[in-house]
Design a protein around this ligand. Structure first.
Ligand code: GLA
Length: 523
C-alpha cells in the first residue's frame, strides 16, 4: 500500500497530521474554538486500494459554514454550507458561467456534500458523485499544497523525431475514467488487431489517469492493484506490434488525485523507460495549485519532464496537457512536445465537440509534422452523439490534422462506429504528410465550409452543418485559388463515391450537425 495514500501532499507530513489528530482527541469541541472551523481531510477509498483525499478549510459562524476546497485541480474552490443538529451541508460555489459555455464543463459544476458529525469525525458524502467518506481533522500543512520546486532555465530541446503524422491510437479516459484495468488495456490491444485498426495507423494504446499507487521507500512510482505488473502489460501490448502510453502530472497529484511526478521527474522517466513506455500524457492538474499559470512557468514545468524523457534514452512521444493555457502551440515544440492539448476536456455531446472543433481553425497553422495541436480525444462510439455528429467529429479532427485517439470500447463497436473510426479515406486526410493548415472557404448561416490542401495536390473540402435543420449548400470550388479555372472531379469520402461537379459548383445536402467531405482535384 502506498505510504502516501491517505496522507497529505508529502509523506513527512503524515506525522504532523497524526500528532495534531492525537492532540485534538475525540471531541469536536475540544478540537476547535468554533465547531467545525479548521482543516479537514475527507478520505474516500478508491476501488483499487488507494485513497482519495479532499481537503476542506472550514469556518463556522453560528449555523453557517464558509470555506475552501483543496486537492483538486483548482486551488481553493470556494465552499458554502450549514451545520445544524449535527447535520452538515456543503457545496462548491462555481465561478459565474461564461456565455456559451457547454452545459457540463467541469469548472461550472456544483459539488454537494452532505454529512453527519460522528464524534470527532464527519461522515461526509459527496452527493453529486455518490461517494461516501469520512472527514477527519487535518492541519494546514497537510491540507495545503507544497511550496513550488525550482524550474529549469528555459532552452530549446531537440526534436525527438517521432510522430511525423498525427498520433493514432486509443486512450482509456473517455470511456473508463477511473475504472480502467490492465485487462481492459489488453482487451483494447487485442481488439485493435482483431478489427484491423492497427493497419490503419491506430498503434498507441494509452493508459490515462488512475494506474498509479504511490512511491516505494526509494521514491519509485508504484502501480495500484488494477495494474499489478506494468512491465508484463507493456510487453503484452508490444507483442501485438502496438505501442503503450502512460499518464502523469508535473504536480504532486493528478487530476483524479493519484500520484504525480512532482520532484520525481527524472526517476519517473527512467521507470517508464524500464517498463518500455512509448508515450507520456503529462497533465498539469496538480501543478496548478502550486505554480502560477503563465508561459514561463508552464514551459519550465514541461521542459523539466521533456529533458527527463530525453535523458531516459527511450524515444517517448511527449503529449502536453494543460488545456491550451498560455498558447502551448507557440512553445510546445521547444519543451520537446509532440502534441499539446488546445482546450479543456471534451465530453460526449454535440455542444462540447462543436465548440472545441470549430475553435481550432485559427490556430491550425501551428500544426507541423511531429508537433500537433490536440483538441482532445475522440468520443466516437460512446453513445452521446448521433452518427452524423460522430462523422462530423471524425471529419473535423481529420481536417485539423488532430491526433486520432479513440476513446470508446473497441471490443464492442457497432458497425456504424467501425465505419466512422475506420474510414480509410478520412484517415488519409488526417495523416496527410504535408500537414497544411485548414482554412475557411465560406460561412453561410450555420453552414461552415473548410478546405485543406493535400500533399498530392488535391483539396479536401468539408461542408459542415452546425445548424438544427438539414441544409443545402452550394459550394463554389473556384474560391480555392488552386482550383480556380480548372476542370474538376470530386469524391465523397463518406459515401465512398465519385460525385459529379457542375463547372466549379457542387450542391451539398448536409443533414443537421452533419458533414459532406469531398476530395477535389483537377481532371
Ligand atoms: C484531465 C485531462 C483528461 C484526463 C483526466 C484524468 O481532466 O484533461 O483528459 O486525462 O484529467 O484525470
Amino acid at each position: 500500500m502506498n505510504q502516501r495514500s491517505g496522507s497529505g501532499w508529502t509523506g513527512a507530513r503524515v506525522f504532523n497530521g497524526a500528532m495534531v489528530f492525537a492532540l485534538c482527541a475525540f471531541t469536536l469541541v475540544g478540537c476547535s474554538k468554533s465547531g467545525l472551523t479548521g482543516y479537514w481531510d475527507l478520505k474516500v477509498p478508491n476501488e483499487d486500494g488507494t485513497v482519495r483525499n479532499t481537503y476542506f478549510q472550514l469556518e463556522q459562524n453560528g449555523e453557517n459554514l464558509t470555506g475552501k476546497l483543496f486537492g483538486r485541480s483548482v486551488d481553493g474552490t470556494p465552499l458554502k454550507g450549514t451545520v445544524k443538529d449535527g447535520a452538515v451541508h456543503l457545496e462548491t460555489v462555481p465561478p459565474e458561467r461564461k456565455p456559451g459555455a457547454p452545459p457540463n464543463e467541469y469548472q461550472y459544476r456544483v459539488t454537494v456534500y452532505e454529512g453527519k458529525i460522528n464524534g470527532d469525525k464527519i461522515e461526509l458524502n459527496n452527493v453529486t458523485r455518490k461517494i461516501n467518506g469520512t472527514a477527519e481533522r487535518s492541519t494546514k500543512e497537510v491540507a495545503l499544497p507544497p511550496a513550488p520546486l525550482p524550474l529549469p532555465a528555459l532552452r530549446d530541446l531537440a526534436d525527438n523525431g517521432l510522430v511525423r503524422t498525427p498520433p493514432m491510437g486509443w486512450n482509456s479516459w473517455n470511456k473508463f475514467a477511473g475504472r480502467v484495468t490492465a485487462d481492459d488495456v489488453k482487451g483494447m490491444a487485442d481488439a485493435i488487431v482483431a478489427n484491423g485498426m492497427d493497419k490503419l495507423g491506430y498503434v498507441y494504446v494509452n493508459i490515462d489517469d488512475t494506474w498509479e499507487e504511490g512511491r516505494d521507500a526509494q521514491g519509485n512510482i508504484t502501480t495500484n492493484r488494477k495494474f499489478p505488473d506494468m512491465k508484463a502489460l507493456v510487453d503484452y501490448v508490444h507483442s501485438k506490434g502496438l505501442k503503450v502510453g502512460i499518464y502523469s502530472s508535473p504536480g504532486p497529484k493528478t487530476c483524479a488525485q493519484y500520484e504525480g511526478s512532482f520532484g520525481h521527474e527524472v526517476q519517473d522517466a527512467k521507470t517508464y523507460a524500464s517498463w518500455g513506455i512509448d508515450y507520456l500524457k503529462y497533465d498539469l492538474c496538480g501543478a496548478r495549485v502550486i505554480y502560477p499559470s503563465n508561459e514561463e512557468t508552464h514551459r519550465g514545468l514541461y521542459q523539466k519532464m521533456g529533458e527527463a524523457l530525453q535523458a531516459s534514452g527511450r524515444p517517448v512521444v511527449f503529449s502536453l496537457c494543460q488545456y491550451g493555457e498560455n498558447d502551448p502551440w507557440k512553445w510546445g515544440t521547444q519543451v520537446g512536445g509532440n502534441l499539446w492539448r488546445t482546450t479543456g476536456d471534451i465530453s460526449d455531446h454535440w455542444e462540447s465537440m462543436d465548440k472545441i472543433g470549430f475553435s481550432q481553425i485559427a490556430i491550425s497553422s501551428y500544426t507541423k509534422p511531429g508537433h500537433w495541436n490536440d483538441p482532445d480525444m475522440l468520443e466516437i462510439g460512446n453513445g452521446g452523439m448521433t452518427g452524423d455528429e460522430y462523422r462530423t467529429h471524425m471529419s473535423l479532427w481529420s481536417m485539423l490534422a488532430a491526433p486520432l485517439i479513440a476513446g470508446n470500447d473497441l471490443r464492442s463497436m457497432s458497425d456504424e462506429t467501425k465505419s466512422i473510426l475506420m474510414n480509410k479515406e478520412v484517415i488519409a486526410v488526417d495523416q496527410d504528410k504535408a500537414a497544411k493548415p485548414v482554412e475557411r472557404l465560406a460561412t453561410e448561416g450555420k453552414v461552415e465550409t473548410l478546405w485543406r490542401p493535400m500533399a498530392d495536390g488535391s483539396i479536401i473540402v468539408g461542408v459542415y452543418n452546425r445548424g438544427e435543420d438539414a441544409a443545402t449548400s452550394n459550394v463554389q470550388f473556384s474560391k480555392v485559388p488552386v482550383l480556380a479555372g480548372k476542370r474538376l472531379k470530386a469524391r465523397d469520402l463518406w459515401s465512398h463515391k465519385d460525385v459529379t461537379v457542375g463547372g466549379d459548383h457542387y450542391t451539398a445536402q448536409v443533414p443537421k450537425h452533419g458533414v459532406v467531405l469531398l476530395k477535389v482535384s483537377a481532371k
